[in-house]
Design a protein around this ligand. Structure first.
Ligand code: ADP
Ligand code: MG
Length: 775
């Protein structure tokens, strides 16, 4: 079962209260029990005291009566002494009986010492059963009699003292132990016998009865409802073989003081009675709670001392049932109160917990709403405790979550849109796009790739590119090596195979894809089919060539016809005159030179010398060109200023580049007819490019002519060919460089030539390719 916090809280409060209550009950039960037992013990102690007092009183009373009786016996003895003759022979039993009746006593006996003095015997008596009884075995009685016969003071008696008289305590009758008798003994020396009158107690029964301990106990038992039994234990004889006294006449009896139970009854026996009696008689009262005969009882043992009497242990048994009933009742009472309390606490704590927990439920609702993406409707809990703080924190969290979610959502939308755009761009692109992992395996490609090369996606995924023509595999692996070294390639014009074996002219550009840490994880390539473009270019080049050839043909024809006309004229003149004029010969040679110049310059174009690209230092090339042109410059009053930086080597055909520099510098010289300064600069643009700039301060070029520079035969010089710039441009182009001419009329001209460094050139193209391109 799943319990809410509310339930748990109220349950735990109730449990705590329950435990406290139980503890209280148990404690209460035991303290009450102890108190009750104490009270009962006190009551028992008081009772003991009361009973012992009563008993003592009873004994006192008995003693008083005993003394009175002794006095009566004494006076009776005096009377009997006066009445009887001095010789025992003259006294009859009847005479004694008569006097007894006269005096109202039980009997009169007469005692005499035996002639040998070893015993004292009864010689005459009103009770015939007494006659002849020996007293030797009577203990202190015998001692007392001997002392009386010797007319000494009797030492054994503690009662009232009379002259020549002694009275013993109540004792079992000598002739009939059923009775308790009281004897008096009188001897004054005037007679040869000792008088012994005695009273039988039944005459006094009613008087004595009231004061007897048993009566006291009976009364007490009647008064005290839960008092069950009172027992006076004899600590000496209890639980021991009975002390039986045997009289000289053979009658066996147990003396009062030897009875194991002095008075009271002993029905509630306990197995450890003996032990407890011993403990009590040692002076330490014992209280026990026990079960006797199926009854819960309290039993006490207290030693009682009395003057002139042997001590005894007074045992009291009280019914503990009322006490237990009281306890039980109280327990029930407590349980009932406890149950009501627990109910109240349960309900109360449930309500209380509800009040405490309610804000939590609101917070829970709010969190639930947040869980499904609803962040509005803030919690309104105005509290200063932890729940209030929690609520405000939850509100704050909701706000933050809301903002983040909104931001995330818009970002996600943006991403999705972007992705869709990209996807559609990639998929709709007519260029083939493919992505390769770092091992050169294809990860994905677009439809255009499939369409262009004919392999299906399934055939390509996870494989290496299958479309590299075998003859290009070397250069391709070089390109791959470059890629792995981390260099992107620009648009690389090359060839690719299709599935059905066709060779496509393509332009491939590859760029790295980085992960979030900037590590290259893949390569994306865009392949464009440029077969058509190439074809168009080829066509264009051909038609251009034709035009150029036409132009050239016309130009060459025109250029060469003039000197040829001159030559023809001189030769015709010679034919007619048969004279060789030196001036004419010079003229003819000069015309032939011109033809030669035109043709040789033309030859650079039409039939290139064997080209060998080598890594060269431009400073060396430029210095050589400079020294070559120095003398010519002097002629024209021209000074060279050079600034050569330390630049990387370039991969070039030395002679061709020299040709270019010569052409350009010559143009500069020719542009400054009055002489002047020419600045030649060599500088490094960056790791990949160097720039040569050649500046003159000559006539400059009018804007309308700028567009025509490089056109074959465009010249405005009398002896110019108009081929220099065209040839130069062509050479620079073949070196993958650029040439740019800026000029201002009457100010000067700057020709800027930018060339790739050797490192740059080799990065793109193998030497073979360079040659291929140049051709
Ligand atoms: P040519 O030098 O034989 O005339 P070029 O092709 O070298 O042929 O030059 C073509 C024309 O460009 C020149 O006739 C000249 O008019 C112009 N030109 C070239 N260089 C310069 C220059 N540095 N200053 C002025 N004009 C120039
Ligand atoms: Mg020129």
């Amino acid at each position: 079962m799943r319990l809410s916090i509310k339930g748990k809280l109220s349950l735990s409060i109730s449990c705590t209260v329950l435990v406290a209550l139980l503890l209280h009950m148990v404690l209460n039960y035991y303290t009450t029990k102890i108190k009750l037992v104490d009270a009962l013990e006190d009551q028992m102690a008081a009772l003991t005291q009361q009973i012992s007092l009563s008993v003592e009183q009873a004994y006192e009373t008995e003693k008083v009566i005993d003394d009175l009786l002794a006095m009566q016996l004494y006076t009776d003895s005096l009377y009997i002494n006066a009445r009887l003759p001095a010789d025992v022979e003259q006294i009859s039993s009847e005479q004694l009986k008569e006097i007894s009746q006269e005096l109202g006593i039980a009997h009169i006996s007469l005692l005499q010492k035996t002639p040998d003095g070893s015993d004292i015997v009864i010689v005459q008596s009103s009770d015939p059963k007494e006659i002849g009884l020996s007293t030797k075995g009577w203990g202190f009685w015998y001692t007392a009699m001997q002392e009386l016969f010797e007319q000494r003071e009797v030492t054994v008696s503690q009662g009232q003292k009379f002259k020549n008289f002694w009275s013993g305590p109540f004792a079992a009758s000598t002739s009939d132990p059923q009775y308790d008798d009281k004897w008096g003994y009188y001897y004054d020396g005037s007679r040869d016998y000792m008088l012994n009158p005695f009273i039988r107690n039944n005459n006094l029964e009613s008087t004595l009865q009231i004061t007897r301990p048993d009566t006291v106990i009976k009364q007490t038992l009647k008064m005290q409802q839960n008092l069950l039994e009172v027992t006076a234990f004899n600590p000496v004889t209890f639980d021991k073989p009975p002390v039986i006294t045997e009289r000289s006449d053979g009658i066996r009896f147990i003396k009062v003081e030897d009875q194991p139970i002095r008075f009271g009854s002993h029905l509630f026996k306990h197995q450890e009675d003996k032990l407890h009696i011993q403990t009590a008689s040692a002076g330490e009262p014992v209280f026990i709670q026990t079960n006797i005969q199926g009854m819960n009882v309290m039993k006490s043992y207290v030693s009682i001392e009395m003057d002139g009497k042997p001590p005894y242990v007074l045992g009291i048994v009280m019914d503990a049932e009322p006490l237990l009933a009281t306890l039980h009742e109280q327990l029930m009472h407590n349980i009932a109160i406890g149950l009501v309390l627990i109910e109240i606490v349960l309900v109360g704590s449930y309500i209380l917990a509800g009040t405490f927990i309610r804000p939590l439920q609101f917070i829970l609702q709010k969190v639930n709403m947040m869980a499904v993406g609803q962040f509005h409707s803030p919690l309104e809990i105005e509290r200063n405790d932890e729940l209030g703080t929690l609520a405000s924190r939850v509100n704050l969290m909701a706000d933050n979550l809301d903002q983040s979610t909104t931001r995330l959502r818009s970002l996600y939308e943006e991403n999705r849109a972007m992705k869709e755009q990209l996807e559609s761009f990639i998929n709709q692109s007519t260029d083939a796009i493919h992505v390769m992992d770092l091992n050169g395996k294809l990860e994905r490609m677009n439809q255009a790739f499939v369409d262009m090369f004919g392999w299906s996606q399934e055939e390509l995924l996870g494989k290496s590119l299958p479309n590299i023509p075998p003859m290009l595999s070397d250069s391709h692996s070089e390109v791959e090596r470059q890629l792995l070294a981390g260099r992107a390639t620009g648009a690389l014009e090359t060839q690719r195979l299709t599935k059905d074996g066709r060779l496509l002219e393509v332009s491939v550009s590859t760029s790295p894809i980085y992960d979030e840490y900037g590590n290259c994880i893949a390569w994306a390539s865009i392949t464009r089919d440029i077969t058509n473009r190439k074809r168009m270019e080829e066509l264009l080049r051909r038609s251009e060539k034709l035009t150029t050839v036409g132009q050239l043909a016309a130009g060459v024809a025109h250029e060469i016809r003039n000197p040829l006309t001159t030559l023809k004229g001189f030769l015709q003149l010679q034919q007619q005159t048969h004279k060789m004029n030196e001036y004419h010969t010079d003229m003819m040679l000069s015309e032939l030179d011109r033809i030669n110049l035109i043709v040789s310059e033309f030859l650079i174009l039409s039939k290139p010398q064997a080209v060998r690209f080598m890594e060269q230092d431009l400073r060396v090339i430029l210095s050589e060109v400079q020294s070559l042109l120095d003398s010519q410059a002097h002629l024209h009053n021209i000074e060279f200023t050079t600034h050569f930086d330390d630049v990387p080597l370039v991969l070039c055909e030395e002679n061709q580049l020299k040709q270019v520099f010569i052409n350009v510098i010559k143009n500069g010289i020719e542009a400054m007819p009055t002489g002047g300064n020419m600045v030649i600069r060599l500088e490094k643009l960056n790791e990949d490019y160097v720039r040569i700039s050649i500046q003159d301060f000559g006539v400059g070029i009018p804007p309308e002519h700028l567009g025509r520079l490089g056109d074959p035969f465009f010249t405005n010089k009398e002896k110019g060919t108009g081929l220099g710039l065209m040839v130069s441009q062509r050479i620079i182009y073949n070196h993958r460089g650029t040439m740019e001419i800026t000029s201002e009329e009457h100010v000067g001209t700057i020709v800027k030539i930018v060339l790739p460094t050797a490192h740059m050139t080799s990065q793109y193209l193998s030497e073979e390719q360079v040659q291929l391109q140049i051709r």
